[in-house]
Design a protein around this ligand. Structure first.
Ligand code: ADP
Ligand code: MG
Length: 246
């Protein structure tokens, strides 16, 4: 019998108060130990989908489930199982890396971890000892993203959501970041991310979904895409460029 997916959207629909239909009955699943990359242009509905899982907004129809729990029905239970790394990580610039990690870890309600657990998490994400005591305001975007991942690691949630985590990172930082995601995936985390980077998505994700104007217009395991021209495939699935069936 198939395992219950860690993340599941079923008929997920969002019409904003002003009438914009941002998501129109989309369904997909992310298993434990899987990275799912959502591709799509600006306005496709990626952030809306992520925000529905996080219960930042309520669905108009359908459900976003985390380990079987509908996020808008049992938000507190759902939130325990999810870690979120945002596009512009909301960390305190005047706190050091260690202070940010401590603050957000305690905020998530976990019992206070040891100093060495913090140190290990920061080292794991590639922040060397010399950076632990430095204030975040001197950090590059790549370093701030690493700090965000360290917070997710400390929370030890089975699902991790990321909204355009590699935008604005230089190629090396992007490469390292995707390596980190893969190591978390290999630990069994379910990872859902949005991205504009079709090449990195193909390389690092297990499943690729292409969204266009609120619809999931293609979804395939990335192993089936080996040898395919990703740019062409992407353009074919975006409205107005041929619209070939998936
Ligand atoms: N708070 C909001 N109120 C009204 N419309 C919104 C709101 N947030 C997003 N939208 C609209 O919903 C659609 C999808 O947006 P979004 O989910 O941000 O897409 P993406 O993250 O793929 O760029 C867009 O048309 C956008 O303008
Ligand atoms: Mg977005």
């Amino acid at each position: 019998m198939a395992e219950r997916p860690m993340l599941e959207a079923e008929g997920l629909t969002k019409r904003y108060e002003d009438g914009v239909l941002a998501l129109d009955h989309i369904s997909f699943a992310v298993q434990k130990g899987e990275v799912y990359a959502m591709l799509g242009g600006n306005g496709a509905g990626k952030t809306t989908a992520i925000n529905l899982f996080l219960n930042f907004i309520e669905p108009t129809e359908g459900e976003a489930r985390i380990d079987g729990i509908a996020s808008h029905r049992e938000p507190l239970k759902a939130k325990e199982k999810i870690a979120f790394v945002s596009e512009n990580v909301m960390l305190y610039p005047n706190f050091t890396a260690l202070q940010n990690l401590d603050y957000f870890t305690r905020l998530s309600g976990r019992p206070a971890p040891s100093r060495s657990a913090y140190r290990d998490a920061l080292l794991r994400v590639g922040l060397g000892e010399e950076a632990h005591g430095k204030r975040l305001k001197g950090f590059s975007k790549g370093m701030r993203q690493k700090c965000g991942i360290a917070i997710a690691i400390m929370k030890n949630a089975p699902a991790i959501l990321l909204d355009e985590p590699t935008s604005g990172l230089d190629p090396q930082a992007g490469f390292e970041f995707m390596g980190l995601l893969k190591s978390l995936r290999d630990e069994g985390k379910a990872i859902l991310m949005s991205t504009h980077d079709i090449f990195r998505a193909k390389e690092a994700a297990d499943v690729i979904g292409i969204m266009d104007r609120g619809h999931l217009v293609m979804q395939r395991p990335s192993r089936d895409l080996a040898g395919l021209d990703m740019e062409k495939l992407y353009m074919q699935h975006i409205a107005g460029h041929g619209g070939l069936a998936a």
